[in-house]
Design a protein around this ligand. Sequence first.
Ligand code: KIV
Length: 293
Amino acid sequence: MSTSNSAQSITTSTEGPGLTLYGGDGTGRRVTVRDLARAKRAGERWPMLTAYDAMIASVFDDAGIPVLLVGDSAGNNHLGYENTVPVTMDQLVMLTAAVVRGTKRAMIVADMPFGSYQESPEQALRNGARFLKEAGAGAVKLEGGKRSAHQVEAMVAAGIPVMAHLGLTPQSVHTFGGYRVQGRDDESAEQLIADAKTMQAAGAFSVVLECVPEELAARVTDLLDIPTIGIGAGARCDAQVLVWTDMAGMTTGHTPKFVKQYVDLRAALGDAAKAFAGDVVGGAYPAPEHAFH
Ligand code: KIV
């Protein structure tokens, strides 16, 4: 039986309250890492989206999305940078706090920006703790396999749930020389599998697999006890994540092959702005019913 009614509450059963991850079961509490572990055991697939502000996050929370990632993709999709590299801790702490305030049920995962954890486990712990203490996040995410293992161990030992990120890790865009599918040859595929196992052994509660061949993602998914979350990694992952601005048609320029666009929000908002402008210029807005007397 669950005694929980808040993010901090205690669940007394070993299996949790049987939360259906997508949509929720009305327990009135936030999704936890235990719910994700149960979903993996039950073979239940679930969706994750990015969010960078309270209003959009509340839409996705109301839609029943169980996990929201305050990705450092805020760099290109929210803050106007060319890539994720310039994003700072202070920026992501502020955006994460807004997403937490806008939601009631989703687990909020904060992305550790470039330069906030690579230096040492101590640096990772200090910055990871900021996301939980200052922003109210439920977990953090960092990029890298073996090279980030000590950072993951230090944070998990301190009580910070960690999501790992392998494959195309955008913070290494300068090393990769662009955004390319990873793990295509035998050597890099074996390396990715070893990294995934290392992350699980270090205590990560899930692994994002970005832009890797479907067959490789399927192997990793079968090998791990923790959930895999695919983005451009085919249909065999335990969960799928998309950048919200991609799936909602807000992003301009090149759209990666793996993106499915569910709505053309950019066109809809542009049309609304033009209609408003036309009404103002033509005198149709404000109409008498919009005025105070
Ligand atoms: O920052 C981000 O949005 C991400 C996702 C692509 C997984 O890391």
